[in-house]
Design a protein around this ligand. Structure first.
Ligand code: ATP
Ligand code: MG
Ligand code: MG
Length: 429
């Protein structure tokens, strides 16, 4: 991909935009770009520099992304809406052509890495709740204030706030922002290597701190989570390459497979509620470590049909009108609204799944599925909006902790309820 029309090869220390940004290390890459940690000599901050491939279609895609990100930044001057901020953009001419570059605020690991780091065990529900709140604030802003659909919401596209501050790193303090030239990076003991190792170690620690396992009832081998207190999990929605204005959707097939809404599969038209579907899939994955729907095709049915079957096994039968109402309905459903090639479905509702497979307590399972299930309504217009979700009791929850302090000779606290605006102690002498 490092050829004409493709990625731009970057060396540590390379200057961009007339020397304003200095490349520090690679943060990630995607189909369209490589993303670099860079030092902004003007603001003395670290930023993420997204360097797009240079071919025309990639440049056009970048210009669209810049337009969307500019609207996002303009509508949120205080930068509080849990959506990544565009700081600057420019073109960079290199041996492979002209590359559109976006300068974004520097964020941390994705939720996918967080899930992986946690060995696909699922995060503590309190953390899931906090992450969900951030995503909902972002979606509510995009949907209601901007009229924008993300269309590719998934754990990979939600980044945690960086807990690493390269500027405050003791190894780096006082050092020039140009950490090293590429040659020195090859030596085992170069400054860059030491800093990189340190940054990696810190990143690992930070992720370890905020992950942690869900406490379960009964005799499982799972350990209760540590470090529950004092870690404010915050995150932001990123990757607006596929975002579109609700008024002018441009693609028929949107969303990453596992997070795709049924109306997209059936080609029945879509709107904001597709993001709510993906959001609910993401919330489930955070809480359990497993993708909710992971369809596979076979010799007798296609991936789409398996996907719809998995949905109906969890959510019940799709109303006939909806099943038969899309441009692709005839390929998949008969006129009664039954799938053509997958006839026998095993119903396993959400709250049972959470208890039986994921060992949630009955209470946790009920509360979480009360929150999630309405988001999986087959009728898109019936799904709650991000704004409505933010009002839901599960999001604004009262965390109940039963504490028994009998043996310490103090009062027996039966129930400690910590709400957003209230703190109740029900104590018994
Ligand atoms: P895709 O194929 O997913 O559309 P893309 O080329 O549009 O990829 P992004 O998904 O925006 O690129 O970014 C690629 C990776 O770079 C991300 O997965 C993430 O690891 C990293 N990254 C992107 N933006 C930031 C940021 N603001 N701060 C830190 N890392 C980032
Ligand atoms: Mg991406
Ligand atoms: Mg993208």
């Amino acid at each position: 991909s490092y050829r004409k029309g493709g990625y731009h090869a970057v060396r540590i220390g390379d200057p961009f935009n007339a020397g304003r940004y200095i490349a520090q290390r690679k943060l990630g890459w995607g189909q369209f770009s490589t993303v670099w940690l860079a030092y902004d000599t003007q603001s003395s901050n670290y930023v993420a520099l997204k360097i797009q491939k240079s071919a025309t279609q990639f440049s056009q895609a970048a210009l669209h992304e810049i337009e969307v990100l500019s609207a996002i930044a303009d509508g949120d001057p205080s930068n509080t809406k849990c959506v990544v901020r565009l700081i600057d953009h420019f073109k960079h001419l290199g041996p492979n052509g002209q590359h559109q570059c976006m300068v974004l605020e520097f964020l941390g690991d994705s939720l996918l890495r967080l899930i992986r780091h946690n060995h696909y065990k699922g995060l503590h529900l309190n953390k899931v709740r906090e992450i969900c709140k951030c995503i909902l604030i972002g979606l509510d802003y995009l949907h209601r204030e901007l009229g924008l659909l993300h269309t590719d919401l998934k754990p990979e596209n939600i980044l945690l706030f960086s807990t690493i501050d390269p500027a405050k790193d003791p190894v780096n303090s006082g050092a020039s922002p140009i950490l090293s030239r590429p040659e020195s990076n090859l030596n085992g003991g170069s400054t860059m290597n030491i800093i990189e190792k340190k940054l990696k170690r810190r990143a690992k620690k930070a992720v370890a701190k905020i992950s942690g396992r869900r406490t379960t009832m009964g005799g499982t081998t799972e350990k209760p989570e540590r470090n529950l207190d004092g870690v404010n999990v915050r995150c932001k929605v990123v990757d607006f390459g596929n975002a579109c204005w609700a008024a002018k959707p441009f693609a028929e097939e949107i969303q990453t497979r596992q997070y795709r809404a049924p109306e997209v599969i059936l080609r029945s038209g879509y709107s904001f509620s597709v993001d709510m579907w993906s959001f609910a899939c993401t919330a489930f994955e955070l809480a359990t470590g497993d993708m909710l729907f992971a369809p596979k095709g076979s010799q007798t049915f296609c991936e789409d049909e398996d996907h719809l079957a998995l949905m109906m096994e969890l959510l019940g039968k799709m109303p006939r009108k909806i099943a038969t109402g899309g441009a692709r309905s005839k390929d998949l459903f008969d006129r009664h609204g039954d799938l053509k090639r997958i006839r026998r479905l095993k119903y396993w509702p959400m709250n049972r799944l959470l208890v039986d497979r994921y060992k949630f307590s009955e209470d946790d399972a009920r509360e979480f599925s009360d929150f999630l299930c309405p988001l999986f309504d087959f009728a898109p217009e019936k799904r709650p909006t991000a704004q409505q979700c933010l009002q839901h009791p599960w999001i604004n929850c009262t965390v109940s902790i039963n504490v028994d302090m009998k043996n310490q000779g103090v009062a027996t606290v039966e129930k400690l309820e910590v709400g957003v605006n209230n703190l109740h102690l029900k104590a018994r002498k």
